[in-house]
Write a protein that binds this ligand. Structure first.
Ligand code: NDP
Length: 305
């Protein structure tokens, strides 16, 4: 017999969007024994996931969310979530009063506020809850989750979020999670490009990038790009595809838009957003974000290795 606390911490959950990061997040929820139903646009992915984890494969978004206390969405952009709200197969047709939509999409705050406003009259809660930590963090259940919305709503669903995270930060009202995520992603994009430009220069000067990184990574110029991404993915020429460049281009576009809306002069963010837009055009929709280094290498006529 589960004890009283265990009984209260089990939540009927629906997960929609079994992409690169959504899939391992959903697997953590299934492993934490929350009864889980899943829906994915490409149905085979949900069918395979259901077979592997014992989750219920739902036939539509409305079917996935019926009876759920917590509904988690993880799509490329906020408008994908918004587009699933209406219609006979939509989320609003299935979600019950008192339930909560937790959107783990790295979204935009304005659309998150519009989604929350559509749910509120039905007494359905909403949190924007983007994640960081990458696919490997999702596989280990160690993501960081940045949450926007009502603190009491977060407490209602915390146990489900905890199944895939080791840190949950309540950042403020609806949209605050999206805003923190967008700015974090702008840092990532800027650091990655800066590291690529600097290392291309060092290679052309005849300095080993491995030796240069040994110095930089114990000096003030270090970043996640110099400490992890470049050593593990560029110097090895592995360039694994874990987080699409198209998604980072979307993220820094959100950050650039927020800077503009708030009249914050942000030329570095704007320029980096433009460079990622160029890279997305050149490298396409499936390229990984670290592959922007290849664009810098091509311009410089050198490989960082
Ligand atoms: P993917 O591109 O791997 O997966 C996207 C998911 O959304 C898939 O399930 C896909 O379905 C579905 N989808 C795409 N378009 C539509 C649509 N029009 N209607 C319905 N479903 C759709 O993305 P990720 O999993 O990498 O990213 C998801 C979110 O998480 C993004 O906002 C991203 O920025 C963020 N994120 C990603 C990280 C990563 O390391 N990958 C890290 C941190 C945040 P289908 O299977 O049919 O293609």
């Amino acid at each position: 017999m589960p004890d009283r606390n265990d009984m209260f911490s089990i939540m009927k959950t629906a997960f929609l969007g079994l992409g690169a990061i959504g899939r391992p997040m959903a697997a953590c929820i299934a492993a934490a024994s929350h009864p889980l139903s899943v829906w994915n646009r490409t149905a085979e992915r949900a069918a395979t996931f259901a077979k592997e984890t014992g989750a219920r494969h739902a036939s539509s978004p409305a079917d996935a969310v019926r009876d759920a206390n917590v509904v988690i969405t993880c799509f490329p952009e906020s408008h994908h979530v918004q587009a699933l709200l209406d219609g006979p197969d939509g989320l609003l047709a299935g979600m019950k009063k008192g339930s909560t939509l937790v959107d783990c999409t790295s979204g935009d705050p304005a659309t998150s506020r519009a989604i929350a406003a559509a749910l509120a009259p039905r007494e359905i809660g909403f949190l924007d809850a983007p994640v960081s930590g990458g696919v490997s963090g999702a596989e280990k259940g160690t993501l960081t989750v940045m949450v926007g919305g009502d603190a009491a709503v977060l407490e209602r669903v915390r146990t489900v979020i905890e199944s895939f995270s080791q840190k949950i930060v309540h950042c403020g009202g609806i949209g605050a999670g999206d805003t923190v995520k967008a700015v974090n992603q702008a840092f990532l994009a800027i650091h990655l490009l800066a590291a690529a430009e600097g290392l291309a220069t060092l290679v052309k000067e005849g300095v080993s990038p491995t030796l240069a990184l040994e110095v930089i990574n114990s000096s003030s110029g270090r970043s996640n790009s110099s400490m992890n991404l470049i050593p593990e993915r560029v110097l090895t020429r592995a360039f694994p595809r874990t987080f699409r460049l198209a998604l980072l281009e979307k993220d820094i576009g959100i950050a650039a838009g927020l800077a503009r809306d708030n009249r914050v002069p942000a030329p570095v963010t704007m320029l980096t957003a433009d460079l990622f837009r160029v890279a997305r055009g050149e490298l396409g929709e499936v390229a990984d974000h670290v592959e922007i280094v290849k664009m810098v290498e091509q311009w410089a006529g050198v490989e960082i290795k």
